[in-house]
Structure formats: C-alpha cells, structure tokens
Ligand binder design. Structure first.
Ligand code: PLP
Length: 402
C-alpha cells in the first residue's frame, strides 16, 4: 500500500489568518519589543491560568533559569528533577552551579511521585532547596502529594508545565495556579500547545518572585529612583533623578520576548481552550481505536484520575521485546508510511554530561518507561481519519495487521 497522504509529524503548530494579521499589525506599529503587546499577553495569560502574575520571556529554558535565579539558588544548593523530561529542566539549575539530583518516575505515567521524590531527597542528603515536577505529556503530576512532601521538608516547588498549557489539576485549578507551587513554567515552542515561535512564560502568585524575574529578564536594569543605590551619581543638584540614569545592582540577562511574539501569543491564547478540547478528543479516539485494534503488548500511557490534562503528547507503551522487534525498526517503518513518531525522552541522567557526574545511578521506573515509550502524532489540526491511519500504520509496523 502507498500513502499519498501528507506526512504526519508527532506535533506541529496551527497558525491561522488572524495570527498572521496580529503579527503584521505589530510590524506596522511603533513597538517591536518591550511594548504594549508584551503587557497585554502577560495580563491575558495570567487571567487564563488564574495566577496573579505572568512573566513572559524568550523561551521555556530561559523561563526555567529565571525561576532558579528568583529563588536565589547557587553553588551548594541542590534541586530535585525527574529524569524523564527535556534537558532544560535540569540544565536551568546547572547554569547557576546548582547540583541536580534526579528522581525516578512511575513507569506507567512517567511522572515523579511523592515516593520517587522521597527517594531522591534521601540521596540529596539534606541540601535540597527546590523540586521541579514535570507534567509529562500534559498530564499534571500529583501536586498535592508532592506539595505535602515539599511543605514537610521546607522546599519550593517549581512546576515544569511546558507540556501542560491549558490543563487542570484534580483540585480544579488551572495548571500554573497550584496552591502547592511557587512558580510554573510554560514553553511556547511550535510543538507545544500554543506558540509564539520561541517563547516562555512563568506564572506565580508571589509579587517578589515576579518582580525579580522581570528585573533579571532585562539585564537587572533599574529605572526606579526610589531604588537607586548610587546616591552620588543618580541625582542632580536639586535631588531629582538624572534623566539618562539607570542602575544595575546585579547581573541579569537579555531574556526579553518581542511584541511580534506576544501578539501571536494573544491570538493563540484565544484558541487555547479549543486546542485543548480537540487534543482531548483525539486522545479519546486513539484510546478507543487502539483498544478496538486489540494490539498485544501495546497500551496507552498510564492515566492519573481526576485531572484534566492539557495533552501535549500521545504516548503508547510498547513491549518491543515481546513483539520480537526493535523500536527503531517500528519508527522507520512508520516513517516510510508517512507517520512521524518520537521518543520522549532518554532519561536525562543517562546524557553523557550527567552520567559523568553519577555513573552508577540506576532509576528503574524511568528505564522501564523509556524502553517502551513511543509518541504518536498529536496536534489539533489532525482529523479523526488521521488518527485511524496512525493506528493502522502502527499495527502494520509491529506486525499486528496487514
Ligand atoms: C519544551 C520544553 C522545555 C524548554 O522549552 P523551550 O521553549 O524549548 O526552551 C522545558 N521543559 C520541557 C519539559 C519541555 O518540553
């Protein structure tokens, strides 16, 4: 059989005419960066999540870095990161000389649990200051359980919510407004649920953290007279602030986002609920068609009850060994029939940089998940027929059909 149908990547953006018009509108205006679209996007994002503040920046990685800076972490401190995540969750701490201790995950959900967190804390030996749970595939981790451990041990919780934009926890709060988290980080990369090309957002209810992150995203530059430290240089003879004057009391970064990006963010945000809804429909359809296909040794990612995921990935767990095949062969066969797949992720503690630091670390839950995981295409512009085609192609590739 030949497939003349378009290639289905594992994820992709959905850009419509109103998105394009919004970006062009900014280009015709006065402000390309640090302008009104940035403020408007932050306000709208905070409102959508139900958080007091949203701070937008250049990407999800710099957003994570800003949270580490906002907590004031540095050499001698440790953070706990689940090993099944994208590199950036761990790297953001390493940028500040912070040690990362990797937590194992539940092999069915790939999420850190209160138990795997406690195990990691025991290995951290009392130096841990913060925990970065990852809402993998869009499914929220057990924030109440993780929050209880955090409260008991005096730790801050920074959620890596890059996969989970638009989802809700089991307590009904939107992801990014958890009473158990200090800050939550979102990515606006094109494969994520909504996009600004590159972009990141941090939500928080904490005024101090929000102010710190706004300061650090812009070089640490201060223009508020009341905050000036150089009394001899900042003011004129009459005691007024000099008109050219700004100060830097600590080193920040240029992690700004542009007005073009934020204009796109605003139009995308208006579609977020529709995108999340359509992703949930596609996930339910995959579940049903996979069950109908009755494929042995294939099942969907484990689900946590009660939450409403903002699904980013559709992950199946496949026992490739029992099927007498290899994942690479299945992926190649599917690609040849027009279906893109991906592995999310090689556990980060096995990346050469981290492996060098802790060569003997064995995290069995993560390994068990990693051996079996395969992400199938999931994006809101997919049709129901596309899902049926993916299930068919998967069945063929593992030898279950055709
Ligand atoms: C995408 C992603 C990031 C980083 O976001 P960028 O915007 O690509 O920098 C961090 N963590 C996770 C889990 C991600 O999926």
């Amino acid at each position: 059989m030949t497939d003349a149908k378009p290639f289905l990547p594992y994820g992709r953006q959905w850009i419509e005419d109103d998105d394009i018009a919004a970006v062009v509108g900014v280009l015709k205006g006065d402000f390309l960066t640090s302008g009104p679209a940035v403020d408007a996007f932050e306000t709208a994002f905070a409102r959508h999540v139900g958080a007091r503040h949203a701070v937008a920046c250049s990407n999800g990685t710099t957003a994570l870095h800003l949270t580490i800076k906002a907590l004031g972490l540095g050499p001698g401190d440790t953070v706990i990161v689940p090993t099944v995540t994208f590199l950036a969750t761990a790297n953001a701490a390493v940028y500040e000389g912070v040690r990362v201790v990797f937590a194992d995950v539940d092999p069915e959900t790939a999420l850190m649990t209160p138990d795997t967190l406690r195990d990691a804390l025991a290995r951290a030996g009392g130096a841990a200051k913060a925990i970065l749970p990852v809402h993998l595939a869009g499914q929220p981790a057990d924030m109440a359980g993780i929050g209880a451990v955090a409260a008991e041990c005096g730790l801050k919780v920074i959620e890596d919510a890059c996969h989970a934009t638009g989802g809700s926890y089991e307590d009904g709060h939107r992801v990014g407004a958890s009473p158990h988290g200090a800050m939550a980080v979102f990515s606006l990369h094109p494969v994520k649920t909504i996009t600004t090309g590159e972009g990141g957002v941090i939500t928080t209810n904490d005024d101090h953290f929000a102010e710190r992150m706004r300061l650090l995203r812009g070089h640490g530059m201060v223009r508020d007279e009341a905050a000036f430290l150089n009394a001899d240089l900042a003011f004129d003879g009459a005691g007024a602030g000099n008109p050219w004057y700004y100060e830097m009391a600590e080193v920040g970064f240029n992690y700004r986002i542009t007005d073009m990006q934020c204009a796109l963010g605003l139009t995308q945000l208006a579609k977020l609920d529709r995108f999340v809804e359509r992703r949930a429909e596609l996930v339910a359809l995959y579940d049903r068609l996979l069950a109908d296909a009755g494929l042995e040794h294939v099942r969907p990612l484990g689900r946590r009850a009660g939450c409403r995921p903002g699904w980013h990935l559709y992950v199946v767990l496949v026992d490739f060994q029992a099927l007498g095949t290899e994942r690479a062969r299945v992926m190649t066969a599917m690609r040849e029939r027009g279906v893109g797949t991906q592995v999310h992720y090689l556990p980060v503690h096995l990346q050469p940089y981290y492996r060098r630091l802790d060569p003997n670390l064995h995290l069995p839950g993560a390994w068990d998940y990693y051996r079996r995981c395969l992400s199938l295409p999931l994006f809101p512009a997919m049709s129901d027929d596309d899902v049926a085609r993916v299930v068919d192609v998967l069945a063929g590739a593992i030898g279950g059909r055709h």
